[in-house]
Design a protein around this ligand. Sequence first.
Ligand SMILES: N[C@@H](CCC(=O)N[C@@H](CS)C(=O)NCC(=O)O)C(=O)O
Length: 199
Amino acid sequence: MTIYYVAGTRAIRPVWLCEELQIPYQRQDVSFDPEFRASTEWRKINPVGKVPAMRDGDLVLFESCAMVQVILDRYGNDQLAPKQGTNENALMQQWSWFAESTLARPAGEIVNHQRVFGKDTVAKAIAEMKERVRLCLKAVDDAIVDKEFLLDFGFSAADINLGYSLHLANKYVDYDDLVNAKAYYERLVARPAFQRSII
Ligand SMILES: N[C@@H](CCC(=O)N[C@@H](CS)C(=O)NCC(=O)O)C(=O)O
């Protein structure tokens, strides 16, 4: 299994999971340069020119949370995921979808707007995205009261998917006042497998 990796990006999710599961994978560092991402070579792997991507045999994937699910299905040995069909598994799905489609979306737009338009021209759009991120962080803060991880099951793939989104949000939004969410984020990033996923 090969994970195409750029530091700081959603490539952290599949790499972090492999490190938690202690399964072998090959990390292939690729360029984040827009020209490389627009190249025919890269578009064959990721048709929208983003990162990460993953190859396992003849399977090629270009959505990070799908990579997490496929790694769990193929190599997880029933670890880091509650049994399918249970309420806990439903909550894992919910938090994983929330991580990418609700929280990482406005957080990612902060990055994209700043990169494409420069800091001054998009101040209002960025302020709005920050509000949207804060709303998501408040939802996490409320969900994590008196809990170590999202699910009663314990540490799961949902924490990996959400953990990356918090890592992204943490760079742009101040949420020290959301003490539960902040402490949860700090617990996640202290995990040795997370630390190995960002170097
Ligand atoms: N939903 C996709 C999002 C991929 C994504 O937006 N990747 C960012 C880096 S974390 C990227 O390549 N951004 C470059 C761009 O959008 O131009 C996933 O989870 O893999």
